[in-house]
Design a protein around this ligand. Structure first.
Ligand code: FAD
Length: 498
């Protein structure tokens, strides 16, 4: 069996260092791991909102939350406020966690719909602790059935934090530019012919390896360029193909949620950290020119600009395969759907864990490769459908972009989900899908779908019983949140020892 212990990670953005950290922690003693990055090229410099699944990754790495938050100037995130997505002036919140109490046969929305029909129910979000806490700007680790949260973090600091950890586990960092990706020829034997053999660096050195992880960002130098793996373009459904980003000073205490503000040409994010705010416009180049985008962003931020506007071009979609021969692409090199639901860092984590689960024993097995590709594809397609939902179900009439996404043909999988919810208020989640029932319900109702019916189990409750059921939940939520400290006070106190 051939030797298989030299791993080369190309790229040191969030993807490269997350990959390095996990791999070195779990397999560092068995592997020789090198990471190549170029300070001159730098990283994409965005990607600062996460989702709660990041806790799994941090637990695997044994990360201390307070230390991590202090090191990355992180804040807590309870969800995303979608402003003007349904129509101008109409907002909704997509929170983490759950809303109300479910019955085994029917989600809370069925009981809420009946309550609303009978004039008993308050706003749907009043039954969701994360939303109530977000708008009250409060946070704490609540014991038992606590708030479900993620983080806003400084991406550059996060990469540094993971770098220190990875180097501690033996990863060797190499600074420099990759000039060429070298492949084995027929002399290496049929098993290796065509595989990547080494990275040829601009300074003339060569970095040889058995397994190569392509974390070179949108360039996809190894998988895309060297191995010629094609790209599936999803811009018909997701027409935004540009972003411009700036960092600004904070003018208020950080709120514990991401803001996503719709515009005629796309949308805008605001991500509050402890020390600054991350801002960006995601737009369609058919609706806004690259020359005008920075000014448009400047007009829509608060505080002083700390960085110059940075333009990022992308094509939403995914590589036809993310593992080909002895190369696995992770992060932007593997594909990109919009940052609308902050899913890219999560996908890096998933890829890192998946690669650990399917790590080649003595050489690459085609079964492992196929399984990796299948799982990755399915995962990203689920996320794509969820993001397309936000665009498709809209009532905006202020630009060709919103008209196109409303009228476009959507994939049957999403069409079915929308129809099922519209007719019956039901949502079913395939077991391996990221977004749960509560997410779909909040976004579908937020975007303006009102179900025509609810589950008959809700009719088994009499009027008084339903009233008690709803008000018990709402009072409990409101009391719990009223007793919490402000988000800023909690973050300051947590990070103070570090
Ligand atoms: P990069 O950060 O681009 O890193 C590439 C690395 O490869 C760098 O170290 C670079 O130096 C190196 N490299 C490239 N070429 C060479 C070469 N020739 N020689 C040597 N080194 C080389 N994700 C989220 O989860 N949440 C968000 O809120 C979010 N917002 C986003 C907003 C936008 C506009 C965009 C575009 C993305 C967003 N993402 C978000 C995605 C997130 O930014 C990325 O998934 C994450 O930063 C990982 O990027 P990366 O490491 O794959 O690539």
């Amino acid at each position: 069996m051939k030797s298989f212990h030299r791993v080369v990670i190309a790229g040191g953005g969030t993807a490269g260092w997350m990959m390095a950290a996990l791999m070195s922690k779990l397999l560092g003693k068995r592997l020789d791991i090198k990471l190549v990055e170029s300070e001159e090229i730098g990283t994409v410099g965005v990607g600062e909102a996460t989702i709660p699944a990041l806790h799994t990754f941090h637990n695997l790495l044994g990360i201390n939350e307070a230390e991590f938050m202090a090191a990355t100037n992180a804040t807590f995130k309870l969800g995303i406020n979608f402003e003007g997505w349904k129509d101008i002036g109409q907002d909704y919140f997509h929170s983490f966690g759950t809303t109300g109490n479910d019955h085994w046969s029917a989600g809370f929305q069925h009981f809420w719909l009946k309550g609303r029909a009978e004039g008993l129910a308050k706003t749907y979000t009043d039954y969701n602790p994360e939303t109530v806490a977000a708008f009250a700007n409060r946070f704490a680790h609540v014991p038992r059935n606590g708030l479900n949260y993620a983080y806003h973090l400084d991406a550059t600091r996060y990469a540094k934090y993971l770098r220190a950890m990875s180097e501690g586990y033996g990863v060797k960092r190499i600074e420099g530019k990759i000039a060429q990706v070298l492949k084995h020829g027929p002399e290496a034997g049929p098993e290796r012919d065509g595989d990547i053999a080494a990275l040829q660096m601009q300074d003339g050195s060569r970095i040889e390896g058995d397994l190569f992880i392509d974390c070179t960002g949108f360039r996809s130098l190894l998988l895309g360029e060297a191995l010629g793996v094609g790209y599936e373009d999803w811009s018909y459904w997701l027409p935004c193909d540009r972003a411009v980003a700036v960092q600004t000073t904070s003018v208020r205490d950080p709120w514990p949620y991401t803001r996503s503000i719709a515009h005629p040409f796309g949308w805008q994010w605001r991500i509050p950290l402890q020390h600054r705010v991350g801002n960006g416009l995601v737009y369609s180049s058919k609706e806004l020119s690259d020359a005008d985008a920075p000014d448009m962003l400047r007009q829509n931020v608060e505080g002083e600009l700390i960085t110059a506007p940075r333009l990022i071009k992308f094509t939403p979609g995914q590589r036809n395969k993310v593992w080909e021969r002895n190369c696995v692409a992770v992060g932007l090199a593997s594909g990109f759907v919009e940052p609308l639901e902050s899913t890219s860092i999560h996908l890096i984590q998933r890829a890192a864990i998946r690669l650990m689960q399917l790590f080649p024993a003595g050489g690459v097995s085609q079964g492992d490769v196929d399984e990796f590709n299948l799982q990755s594809k399915r995962e990203l397609e689920h996320i794509r459908d969820f993001i397309v939902l936000h665009y498709h179900v809209n009532e905006r009439t202020d630009s060709a972009l919103w008209k196109h996404v409303r009228e476009m043909n959507i994939l049957p999988s999403l069409q079915h989900r929308i129809q099922l919810f519209r007719e019956t208020a039901r949502v079913f989640r395939p077991s391996d899908e990221l977004f749960a029932e509560n997410s779909w319900v909040q976004v579908m109702m937020g975007q303006g779908i009102t179900p025509e019916r609810y589950h008959p189990v809700a009719d088994l409750m009499g009027r008084q019983e339903l009233n008690n059921f709803l008000s018990d939940i709402q009072v409990k939520v409101s009391r719990t949140i009223a007793g919490l400290p402000t988000h800023k006070a909690y973050v300051d106190q947590l990070c103070a020892p570090y």
